[in-house]
Design a protein around this ligand. Structure first.
Ligand code: PLP
Length: 412
């Protein structure tokens, strides 16, 4: 009888696996769900996604498609109708024509960004990221083999990157500068003039660099702020621009996983080759859904209704959070986040070592899920999402008020 073979060599993971961090925002949501599963009444103010259902024509398009067709592979770069719809949408926003060949449909804007980094970065290439930043930027750059370079924005300047700060980090190795307006996690939006001032510095100091515009929140703006296309803002200055865009946030379609990368044909072709060997085309049914999102006029109406609801919730939260003791809450221009300066409540002389400690306490003891600022490159802050219903927001405010009132602070 043969002896059973024993295997004692562990399947080792490599340096890349070790370098990539799990998403902090997903980690908080995971813990909040665990507590909820234990029967705890957790309020999730941590979500990075709208709580709404997608617009009705989106749902109908998917249902009709599945009922009437076999669901087959889509072309790697995207269904032609979706490429046309995305081209029309991008052309309108940016005021320049896009062709099908300049767009790649991927599994969410995150995938679009990862594809771009994989086909453009070489070791030593630097990507400039403004802190506070979306948690995934640094890891996506690392995944592409490049080096994230963090540039700080200060509270004094409304957490908006200043041209002189940008000038200090640009080098001959700068490959991209990421513009994310409105921003996750701060909701800060940049005007055309502000974008141009940053563009001027880039052209002067690092003429080889490209600007990567992550426009995923461009539709979600409030209080009269309207997102200007960087293409329009930088007209006559530089055309070295590449765009990540999508329907996830604007159309409450995060679970559909559709994003767009728009840029030079050679880059789009290369990204398509990588995608062709990793995921193939994005899910066919989701592409059908995205066509409806971009072409059915009722979806534009629904998108605006969601925006109006977000605006109302933003006002509610700004008023409530503004009353918290020693918490500074600037009014954001867009997205669905508020970025709270809680630095008076963390560190020496306070109850909490840092924002991670505070966020853990809020979740475990007060049953409010927020996201600490540290993973966004901004210790001393927490991010609150208002992408949830009004009743939960009101209850969340009540719990936060109870939590913050009476906390000892370093500054007395
Ligand atoms: C700034 C930013 N860019 C891109 C994405 C990714 O969007 P998607 O869900 O389409 O992958 C997100 C999602 O949280 C985001 O906040």
């Amino acid at each position: 009888m043969n002896e059973p073979t024993t295997r004692s060599t562990p399947l080792a993971t490599n340096a890349l696996a070790a370098a990539i961090q799990p998403s902090a925002t997903l980690a908080v949501s995971g813990r909040a769900k665990e507590l909820a599963a234990q029967g705890k009444d957790v309020l999730a103010l941590s979500a990075g996604e709208p709580d709404f259902r997608p617009p009705e024509p989106v749902v109908r398009a998917v249902r009709d498609f599945i009922n009437s067709k076999a669901v087959k592979y889509a072309p790697v770069s995207g269904l032609p109708e979706l490429l046309d719809a995305a081209a029309a949408d991008l052309s309108e926003f940016h005021g320049r024509p896009f062709s099908r060949r300049e767009i790649l449909v991927s599994c969410g804007a995150k995938h679009s960004l990862a594809n771009l980094m994989l086909v453009t970065l070489s070791p030593g290439d630097e990507v400039v990221i403004t802190a506070p930043y979306w948690v995934s930027y640094t890891d996506i750059v690392t995944l592409g083999g490049g080096t994230p370079v963090i540039v700080e924005s200060s509270r004094e300047h409304g957490l908006r990157l200043q041209p002189d700060a940008l000038a200090r980090v640009l080098t001959p190795r700068t490959k991209f500068v990421i513009f994310n307006s409105p921003s996750n996690p701060t909701g800060v939006g940049y005007t055309g003039a502000q974008l141009r001032a940053l563009g001027e510095v880039i052209v002067a100091r690092a003429p080889q660099a490209w600007i990567l515009c992550d426009d995923i929140y461009r539709h979600l703006t409030y209080d009269g702020f309207e997102q200007v296309s960087a293409w329009r803002a930088l007209e006559g200055l530089t055309e070295q621009l590449v765009f990540a865009d999508g329907v996830s946030k604007s159309h409450a379609m995060t679970g559909f996983r559709i994003g767009f990368l728009a840029g030079p044909r050679e880059v789009i072709d290369a990204a398509g080759r990588i995608q062709g060997q990793m995921t193939s085309g994005a899910t066919t049914t989701s592409q059908i859904a995205a066509i409806a999102a971009l072409t059915d006029p009722a979806c534009a109406v629904a998108m605006n209704e969601m925006r109006v609801a977000f605006a109302r919730r933003r006002a509610l939260m700004l008023e409530g959070l503004g009353a918290l003791p020693r918490v500074n809450v600037p009014a954001p221009d867009g997205a669905f986040y508020l970025f709270l300066d809680v630095s008076a409540h963390v560190g020496p002389g306070t109850q909490f070592a840092d924002d991670l400690d505070l966020a853990t306490w809020l979740l475990e003891q007060k049953l409010v899920a927020t996201v600490p600022g540290t993973p966004f490159g901004a210790p001393g802050n927490i991010r609150i999402s208002y992408a949830t219903d009004d009743a939960s927001l009101r209850e969340g405010l009540a719990r936060l008020e109870e939590a913050f009132t009476g906390l000892p602070t370093a500054r007395g």
